[in-house]
Design a protein around this ligand. Structure first.
Ligand SMILES: [Zn+2]
Length: 351
């Protein structure tokens, strides 16, 4: 029901082999901590502007190993887009049909980057040993506890242990020994450093959410001086600033809200499930996440491209966490999430 890492790779390789005009394999510089090679896939139609002048969309999945649905979803999205382009096949997702002509026009305009499985070792471990494993498979020195939480390891307030973030290796939310200490995370940074990415989404499970910044504190739009660049990192302590709220420019906040709502609406169009659009902080406080890192880059360094970053949490929560992380029937959840991701592509194509 869920593809192994080798099966995910095979789908991407097949697309590159059969549609080389559309699909390009992008081998990434880092193998996983246990030595598994990792590649991204780019889908962009041969007509239209040069790649570096197109709006870029980067979608990643499988950061948390046990969230098995999302790598499958991302390769299926790739298959559907290639079929739409080459065969004129509409993408039918429940009650929502994305017409082939529209998808073709989107692929003539944007460059889509997919990293379906950020954490291949973790996925293999989930499928063979422990179906509730979350982190990568880092052997942490001086402890019997393995693994780093790859969604706490990025260089945005790294090591500030606000809320659901920890410096303790035996927790499931361990941020690692340093920002981008983990090879799997270096690959995500590499993609953001190397290609133009206007919109980024990290697809997780579960809770039916479309999350936008910020994750570590409440948003405020009035005091630009109150911002993450003034906060010491690597402290292994919480923010420790009562009343601290993170600045976000009003037009940026409006953009995040508008696009998140668009994603929510296109998810709902498939079978009526209403995901909740909200800042990350509303779920629980976090630091070092992929999506806040993607957004923070141009603020930390104005020379970098501006990337809107989202985290999407697919599927409902429930009493049975196993069923929520890897449901017996993931098909309806994957299809509605696919529609939400196409909405992000549509936003990028519209400029
Ligand atoms: Zn997750």
């Amino acid at each position: 029901m869920y593809r192994t890492v080798a099966q995910l790779d095979a789908v991407a390789a097949q697309l590159v082999a059969t549609a080389p005009d559309l699909c390009t394999a992008l081998p990434l510089p880092q193998s996983s901590i246990q030595g598994t090679p990792v590649s991204a896939l780019r889908i962009a139609a041969p007509d239209g502007p040069p790649i570096d002048r197109r709006p870029g969309v980067l979608l990643i999945g499988g950061t948390h190993a046990r969230e098995l649905m999302n790598p499958d979803l991302l390769v299926e999205l790739a298959v559907d887009l290639v079929a739409a382009y080459r065969n004129g096949t509409d993408v039918v997702l429940g009650n929502r049909t994305w017409p082939a002509a529209q998808l073709r026009a989107m692929l003539d305009t944007v460059a889509l980057y997919l990293l379906p499985c950020v954490n291949p070792d973790g996925r293999t471990y989930v499928m063979t040993v422990d179906d509730m494993w979350r982190k990568n498979r880092r052997d942490n020195p001086g402890t019997k506890c393995d693994g780093v939480d790859l969604n706490r390891n990025a260089d945005i307030l790294w090591g500030v242990t606000e809320g659901q973030t920890s410096c303790a290796p035996c927790t499931d939310i361990y941020c690692g020994s340093g920002a981008f200490s983990e090879p799997e995370n270096k690959n995500v940074k590499h993609l953001l450093d190397t290609y133009r990415v206007d919109h980024f989404a990290d697809v997780h499970s579960f809770s039916e959410l479309v999350i936008y910044p910020w994750g570590h504190a409440a948003n405020q739009t009035t005091d630009p001086a109150q911002n993450f660049r003034t906060v010491p990192t690597g402290t292994c302590r919480p923010l420790g600033k009562p009343g601290y709220a993170e600045y976000i420019a009003p037009d940026d906040l409006a953009e995040f809200r508008t696009v998140a709502q668009r994603i929510v609406d296109e998810i709902a169009a498939v079978r009526g499930r209403r995901y909740s659009p909200e800042p990350g902080m509303t779920l629980y406080p976090t630091t070092g996440t992929h999506s806040d890192y993607a957004w923070s880059r141009h603020l930390a360094d104005p020379a970098l491209h501006k990337t809107y970053g989202y985290t999407i949490e697919t599927g409902p929560s429930g009493d049975d966490a196993r069923e929520a992380f890897h449901p017996r029937d993931p098909e309806p959840i994957k299809r509605e999430a696919e529609s939400g991701l196409l909405a992000l592509l549509e936003v990028a194509a519209a400029g």
